[in-house]
Design a protein. Structure first.
Length: 612
């Protein structure tokens, strides 16, 4: 428990340092609340002794002015209390939400700065959970922190007032405080592991949901909805059970917190009645002590709420800091990109292996992940400026990984990638993106207009957008849309066909006039005639572009000046397509498989028509 408590206190102290202004104002309001409550208890005692008891017993002269003065004083204290509560609540909330916003910005910035290899090792669902529920859990305790501090002030001043009224009754009443602390210690020890489990399972549920949403098309196409529901249900039920376990613990703890102050008040009344009867104290002092103790009944629960939230603070902060402390980064140089014309691309001894999945900081430390095998091994290439090179290989050969390395989405495990002889790792930030463009295998279209998807933050004119669309052979279907460039395409381009989305993604790359264009099977949804028109359009544009295209269709390969055959991460042959086909049986088998499959389908269709 002490480790969780101290870690939680350190986290809250960090939050106070980062957002001091709203915290200070909330504390001022909370201190006013604590002192005002203690003052109201003192005044109730004095009003009881000096006004109520004499008026009821007739033992003294109490005028209307005395009654109005007593009532007015209590009202003034109440107004001050209301002001303190408003300050505490408004600025306490501002303190909490400012910290949540600050850390969500930090995480978003860090996610964007971290290299793609780091993202490959971390499930997207868990990262979403970190930016949402983990940040919320980290700073949830700050919502009650000013209240707890104000309660401490209240206990201090109320304790002084009770001791001044009757030390014996004060000692009896204040026995509640150590009893509450002991209860909270027991609670912390039981609650901490349960809350850690809840936070970990929230990440797992988020990851499963994210996978299901991302793979919705696959799930629906293959009729796997029931299997996905079963998988999600299992994760959700584990989270439910963990939440129920935590809720039961809290449910057993809350009644204790509720009961202890009331028991203390009852004990004070019993002991106080005896003391009043014996003349050791008077009714006013008894009322003052009992009233002050009853005032503590609700605020003192804030300690329980604060201590109850500390395990969540520690668990959430562990995940947040795991991201913010991550040292992985893309190191940029200071060199500008080589000037002018299409780029020459050279790779020497290029090797790459994907990172092992990163462990969850809240998971069992005994769980380990094995390092995956290399994807590429000792790949050496020379791509002449202005040529088109087709990279061909079977599934898992490393084609997409090579495409990502050429535009520095990831850095190689060993070896170098050179553009016009300059190592891409020596180029300044933004230089690779300004000179090279990648159209990936999985086309992503934003829920935006055609113009927004093509420009995507680039300051370009409509004429330049149309020119890019013409090069991508997308101008025809865009011109036919009701609103042209202003047509909204829906989430992930839901209103467009697969081929239209690919041409839109090509236009997005071409509007940037890249000197190196890498197409990772980015024309697979286009028919061969459109594909040829796109590549011919690049040559006719006169912009000068080196093209590396990941391909498997003979029609695509035929457009290339040279072919590179990748197999199990190694270059096994390269050269003109006809020469490679003549000497490389594996390549020949690979590129003819598509044609054979198409012929088989045509034969089957013809046989079916003949039988009919």
């Amino acid at each position: 428990m002490s480790g969780t408590f101290l870690d939680g206190v350190r986290t809250l102290a960090r939050g106070v340092r980062e957002e001091p202004r709203p915290f200070r104002i909330a504390i001022i309001g909370s201190a006013i609340y604590g002192i005002g409550n203690a003052a109201s208890g003192f005044l109730v005692g004095r009003v009881t002794s000096d006004v109520v008891v004499p008026a009821v017993t007739g033992s003294g002269s109490v005028g209307v002015r005395d009654v109005w003065l007593a009532g007015g004083t209590l009202m003034a204290v109440t107004v001050v209390l209301v002001g303190g509560v408003l300050l505490r609540r408004i600025f306490g909330g501002a303190f909490t939400f400012a910290l949540q916003a600050r850390y969500r910005r930090h995480l978003a910035r860090r996610y964007l700065d971290l290299p793609l290899t780091w993202h490959h090792a971390h499930p997207a669902g868990r990262l979403l959970a970190t930016a949402s529920s983990d940040v919320e859990a980290t700073w949830q305790a700050t919502m009650v922190l000013p209240f707890a501090i104000g309660t401490a002030v209240l206990i201090l001043f109320a304790g002084i007032a009770m001791v001044l009224a009757d030390p014996v009754l004060a000692a009896v009443g204040l026995l509640v405080i150590p009893a509450l602390l002991a209860s909270n210690i027991v609670y912390q020890r039981r609650m901490s592991p349960l809350v850690v489990a809840v936070q970990r399972l929230r990440g797992e549920v988020s990851a499963t949901a994210h996978e299901s949403f991302e793979g919705a098309l696959v799930v629906k196409t293959l009729g796997l909805a029931d299997e996905e529901v079963t998988r999600f249900r299992a994760d959700a039920e584990r989270l439910r059970d963990a939440n129920v376990a935590a809720g039961r613990t809290r449910g057993a703890f809350d009644p204790v917190i509720e009961a202890l102050p009331s028991l203390g008040t009852l004990l004070v009344l019993v002991v106080g009645s005896v003391r009043v009867a014996s003349g050791a104290t008077d009714v006013g002092d008894l009322v003052q002590v009992a009233y002050l103790l009853s005032l503590l009944a609700f605020p003192v629960r804030s300690f329980g709420w604060l201590l109850g939230d500390l395990p969540r603070t520690v668990a959430g902060d562990a995940r947040v800091q795991d991201v913010l402390r991550e040292e992985a980064r893309t190191e940029w140089g200071t060199d500008p990109a080589p000037a002018g014309g299409p780029l020459t691309v050279t790779t020497t001894g290029l090797s790459y292996r994907h990172p092992a999945p990163a462990p969850d900081p809240l998971a069992d430390p005994g769980v380990t992940h094995h390092e995956p095998p290399p994807v590429l091994t000792d790949v050496t290439l020379d791509v002449t400026a202005g040529t088109t090179v087709a990279v061909v290989g079977g599934t898992g050969a490393g084609k997409s990984t090579l495409a990502g390395l050429l535009v520095r989405l990831v850095d190689p495990s060993t070896g170098d990638v050179l553009l016009d002889g300059v190592d891409v790792r020596g180029l300044a930030e933004g230089q690779v993106a300004g000179a090279a463009a990648l159209v990936p295998q999985s086309t992503f279209v934003f829920d935006d207009t055609i113009r927004g998807n093509v420009a995507l933050g680039l300051e370009v004119s409509d004429d330049e957008v149309w020119q890019a669309l013409r090069l991508a052979r997308a101008d025809g279907f865009v011109a036919a849309l009701p609103h042209g460039l202003d047509e909204l395409v829906g989430e992930r381009g839901s209103t467009l066909s697969g081929g239209q989305r690919q041409r839109l993604a090509l236009a997005r790359a071409l509007v940037r006039q890249p000197r190196l264009l890498v197409l990772d099977d980015a024309t697979s949804a286009l028919d061969p005639a459109v594909e040829r028109a796109v590549l011919d359009g690049l040559e006719e544009s006169g912009t000068g572009t080196t093209v590396v295209v990941v391909a498997y269709r003979p029609a695509t390969i035929a457009l290339a000046d040279e072919v590179v055959h990748l197999d199990h991460g190694r270059v096994v042959d390269r050269g003109p397509a006809a020469e490679v086909a003549a000497r490389d049986e594996g390549y020949r088998e690979l590129v003819t498989a598509y044609a054979r499959a198409a012929a088989d389908r045509a034969t089957a269709e013809a046989a079916g028509e003949g039988a009919a």
